[in-house]
Design a protein around this ligand. Structure first.
Ligand SMILES: [Ca+2]
Length: 319
């Protein structure tokens, strides 16, 4: 995005310098233009823009620009980027369904929207820029995500079996009844209605599939009502759809399966928010998908300040 500077009498009006700048440059810039002396041993992440403010054709002596985002987000893995000239390299700390490669290289001159990953075509460029990232992380003492040796994958992903046994076998969760009315329950659900539960499942005998739920404003499951059911035909795979509540926050979910006579196999369970467009809020695929398992193996050494890769705000590593 553009940075606009207005300083009548000092900065030429209407000029459009082509230098890439960042907010890390403000501090050294302000010190210089306000003629405030630097303190001894002061280090800056950015560089002063004073030269460009005076003369739009001036060039900044910057080797590369870095962006460090070590915590990632719900839909984006943690990563770090470097931009040098027209080239931008992204190094993800882990891959994900939408981010299958650890490296993404873009030529911003011809591909500003970053649509075509050129990492395969330019291995030398990747190596070069990746070395800059290594140096940046080392220079700034950045805390990067690292594997958590104590992490254990929960194969049933938080679904607690009641009156049944549930094991992950092959591509499915196999539920075998051990009492009357077997069900799976979980409180690891979040979502505001209108909600729909979708389940892909199979059983030789078939029977009723029923969901029961509790909203966050309810202390217990209501004695009656608040259920949604559908019939599972015996034999084939079937996608069951169970409409949950229209309003309010989901807090606790039970899924009753017809597992008394024969085991029920569950390929996956999904929670959707019904709207335009519908949004998948959560998927439990059995077994845990590989990328997901790897992702949860990693934990970030926490940093108390957002600028983990900053010289000034060096982060504290907490294991
Ligand atoms: Ca599956």
């Amino acid at each position: 995005m553009p940075l606009i500077v207005r300083w009548p009498g000092q900065v030429p009006a209407g000029a459009v310098p082509s230098e890439i700048v960042s907010s890390i440059d403000f501090y050294p810039t302000l010190l210089e233009v306000l003629k405030i002396p630097q303190k001894e041993n002061m280090q800056f992440d950015g560089i002063s823009l004073a030269a460009v403010l005076n003369d739009p054709s001036a060039r900044l002596d910057r080797e590369a620009m870095f962006n460090f985002f070590p915590h990632g987000g719900p839909s984006k893995p943690p990563g770090v980027t470097v931009r040098q000239g027209n080239w931008k390299l992204i190094r993800w700390f882990e891959t994900g369904p939408d981010y299958p490669s650890l490296h993404e290289l873009y030529d911003l001159e011809s591909d500003l929207g970053e649509t075509t990953n050129l990492a395969q075509q330019h291995p030398e460029r990747v190596k070069e820029l990746d070395a800059l990232i290594d140096r940046f992380l080392k220079d700034t003492g950045a805390a990067v995500p690292r594997p958590n040796p104590r992490f254990k994958i929960d194969p049933v992903q938080g679904w607690i079996p009641k009156s049944c046994d549930a094991i992950v076998a092959g591509d499915v969760l196999r539920v075998t009844g051990a009492g009357r009315r077997p069900f799976q329950a979980t409180t690891r659900v979040q979502g505001t209605g209108p909600l729909e539960l979708r389940v892909r499942l199979r059983s030789a005998a078939g029977g009723e599939v029923l969901a029961q739920w509790r909203r966050s404003d309810q202390e217990t499951f209501p004695a009656s009502g608040q259920t949604a059911a559908t019939m599972l035909q015996g034999g084939d795979w079937q996608d069951a759809r169970l409409r949950l509540h229209e309003k309010g926050e989901l807090a606790h979910l039970r899924l009753y399966l017809p597992a008394q006579e024969t085991p029920v196999e569950v390929d996956w369970i999904e929670l959707w928010r019904i709207g335009e467009p519908p949004t998948r809020l959560r998927q439990w695929d059995f077994p845990v998908p590989q990328h997901d398992a790897e992702l949860r193996h990693r934990v970030l050494r926490s940093c108390s300040l957002p600028l983990c890769g900053s010289r000034r705000f060096r982060s504290t590593a907490i294991s």
